[in-house]
Structure formats: structure tokens, C-alpha cells
Design a protein around this ligand. Structure first.
Ligand code: GAR
Length: 217
């Protein structure tokens, strides 16, 4: 059974999708053991508590330096015996120390089809504003492993979403969440916990689920 820690900063609708999936028994080989928020006011904390999940607040602006913040976060992750770290609307860039300590054990959900509309400065509603400005007809969401460069790690799953002519950044954000993020994030967590993800360089292969016979052949 893998221990999953979810890092959040805001509303936590992606966290909610994970909590709902967990309650439906979707993660047979993993369980969310803790939610860590960078923001004491995040509604995500209420969602976690409502589901009986332990919470911690580790806010970057409560520390004198980024290094001190990172050491505290790393210590918390060790204490949780974490196997999988999920960045679900987490708005702080993790430093290299944490990324190296949990190499290929950190996944992030991003609200666009990477490598479009991603990297430094592309987060939250801003991504959808840029999508509308550029006039693309399709956007979507991506779940990927985290490396040292923002939104650059190996891609696990993507799902496209059509842009409507009358979309505003808000309506587009909602549709991308509902049709893509809340679908592919739980699916990526399930695949990771089942050891069905094989990383080959920048590519991630999905290994077919083993059919368990439960007895001798
Ligand atoms: C989500 O759309 C997530 O993909 C995005 O912020 C939103 C958080 O919503 N994350 C990023 O932009 C990170 N680069 P939530 O708190 O309701 O899950």
C-alpha cells in the first residue's frame, strides 16, 4: 500500500476528485495519508478534514528563507513515509533538494496540453487567459512527473478539451477541470500505485493491468 501526500494551495477541487476516487475504492494500492497546504486559508484543508485526512500547513512566507521552508517540507514528507507526492493546485515551486529526494515520485496536474501554455508564469487562471488570447481551438490538461524545470517532466496522461467561442477564462477553467483534470489526475495516481508506469527517458509507458487469477493456474 503506497502512502500518498497531496500538496495544495487553494480551492482543492483536484484534491476533491482524489478524495472521491479514494472513497469509491479506486486506489486499491494507495491511500491519501496527509494533505499539506502552502496556504493556511486554503479551502482544500476543509475538504481534507471532512474526509478525515490529516492536514499540515507549511507556508513558505512563515520561513526566513526558501532553504528553511524546503527543509521543513522535506522533513514532513519523511515523517509521512510518502511514496507518492501529488501536486494538486500547488502554487510553490519545489526546490531541487525535494525533487531529487523523490525522483519520479512527484506528479503534477497542469491545466493545458504541455508543452503549450506552461512553464514559468503559467498557472491557474492565467493559463486559460493565454489560451483564449492565442485563439487555439483545443486545450486540455496534463499530468506529468516533476523534474527541476517547471512543467517539463515526463508526461503521464493528457486529455484535450475544445475551446468554445464564448468561453471566458473562468468558463474554460471550469470545463478543463471537469472534463480533464478531475479525470486524468485520479487515473494517474491509480496507475502509479499499481506500478503500471514505466519511465523511459522522456516517455512514460503504461503497462497493461495484470489479470490476477487469485489461484494456481
Ligand atoms: C487547477 O486548474 C490546477 O491544474 C492549476 O491550478 C488549479 C487549482 O485548482 N495548477 C496550476 O496551474 C499549477 N501550474 P484546485 O485547487 O481547485 O485543484
Amino acid at each position: 500500500m503506497k502512502n500518498i501526500v497531496v500538496l495544495v494551495s487553494g480551492g482543492g477541487t483536484n484534491l476533491q476528485a482524489l478524495l472521491d476516487a479514494q472513497e469509491k475504492g479506486y486506489f486499491s494500492n494507495g491511500r491519501i495519508t496527509c494533505v499539506i497546504s502552502s496556504n493556511p486559508e486554503a479551502y482544500a484543508l476543509t475538504r481534507a478534514k471532512e474526509h478525515g485526512i490529516a492536514t499540515r500547513i507549511i507556508a513558505p512566507n512563515s520561513y526566513l528563507s526558501k532553504a528553511q521552508y524546503s527543509r521543513t517540507l522535506l522533513e514532513a514528507l519523511f515523517q509521512e513515509y510518502v511514496d507518492l507526492i501529488v501536486l494538486a493546485g500547488f502554487m510553490t515551486i519545489l526546490d531541487a533538494q525535494i525533487i531529487h529526494a523523490y525522483h519520479n515520485q512527484i506528479i503534477n496536474v497542469h491545466p493545458s496540453l504541455i508543452p503549450s501554455f506552461c512553464g514559468s508564469g503559467y498557472y491557474g487562471l492565467r493559463v486559460h487567459e493565454k489560451v483564449l488570447e492565442r485563439g487555439v481551438k483545443y486545450t486540455g490538461a496534463t499530468v506529468h512527473f516533476v523534474n527541476e524545470i517547471a512543467d517539463d517532466g515526463p508526461i503521464i496522461l493528457q486529455k484535450p478539451v475544445a475551446v468554445a467561442q464564448d468561453d471566458t477564462p473562468k468558463t474554460l477553467q471550469q470545463r478543463v477541470m471537469r472534463e480533464a483534470e478531475w479525470v486524468i489526475l485520479p487515473e494517474a495516481v491509480r496507475l502509479f500505485c499499481n506500478d503500471q508506469l514505466e519511465i523511459k527517458g522522456r516517455r512514460v509507458n503504461i503497462i497493461e493491468e495484470q489479470i490476477r487469477t487469485g489461484g494456481a493456474l
